[in-house]
Design a protein around this ligand. Sequence first.
Ligand code: TYM
Length: 330
Amino acid sequence: MKQIVVSGIRSTGHLHLGNYYGALRNFIQMQNDFECYFFIADYHSLTTHPDPKDLHPNVRSILAEYLASGLDPEKSSIYIQSDVPEVCEIFTLLNMHAYIGELERTASFKDKIRKQPENVNAGLLTYPVLMAADILQHKANLVPVGKDQLQHLEMTRKYARRFNTIYGAELFPEPDAYKFHGEPIKIPGLDGSGKMGKSEGNCIYLNDEDKVLTKKVMRAVTDQGPTEMNQQKPEVIENLFTLMKVVSTPDTVEHFNDLYNKCEIRYGDMKKQLAEDILKVTAPIRERYKEIVNDDEYLRRVAAIGAEKARESSAKTLREMREIMGFKKF
Ligand code: TYM
């Protein structure tokens, strides 16, 4: 039977390299081999209270970035999360078996309490349950995500297992994390902090103009340089190499690694090469994005076709859940 793939990205603005290499690039590769549902998580974006004026433009830009990057509406169902409201009912049903204690222990929740103490809303607490509903509504087997989402995915597996066990049903498969090449990854920030992310304010965007992007890369934090042969790299330097490993050829990485080991590296040269290699990936996406982003007719058509297919699949799962849980019509 064909494996089912589900994944999404929150609509909080333009996509950055973390989104691209952690998720989107894998979506593009997977669409050829699997039955895929790729959505834009606009409900999830509400946890940080975006201005209503920004909600739709953010969805539009991500949809255009999905398409500009090579997601194909003929191959995958590409849809907006809120166009499939069945997910909200599935979320309600799953919530009855999600426990406050386990939700409070989630790393992303604890992180948000630290980052936005003035807005610790229930949507943040139940965020992993809505994500489980996103995934389970299509009975996904595989979920391409970056490393930071693995705990959420583990919770999805737990909710699937719990539902099946409690009701003695075999409704949900337990989905696995999936990356086309190897393990899920974390793209680092180039400012010395751990991960590239919106709330970290250190993003390189797919949509950055050449000059802006190059400037961001050239400003990456480094150190004084190695002083001993084959010395271990400090985190900021390891970060540069991590990014280079995903965007550049193995030969290029090898070249700079050798120079580092011989204490001959010039970080300026490495950054210049890195910026060039990132631009090779992002510049064509940016060009296509400009052609697509204002094509209302095309975007409407893609979203409508995607939503229709996703609703069909979601409604079927919801009917099955209702029946298993004992709902009946008079
Ligand atoms: P979000 O919007 O924070 O991120 C979207 C995807 O990008 C990946 N990502 C990264 N990967 C590597 N390095 C980084 N620095 C980096 N930053 C972001 C994330 O791992 C993710 O795969 N909860 C999800 C959205 C979501 C979802 C789902 C995903 C909602 N429902 C169902 C899969 C299935 C999220 O917040 O992603």
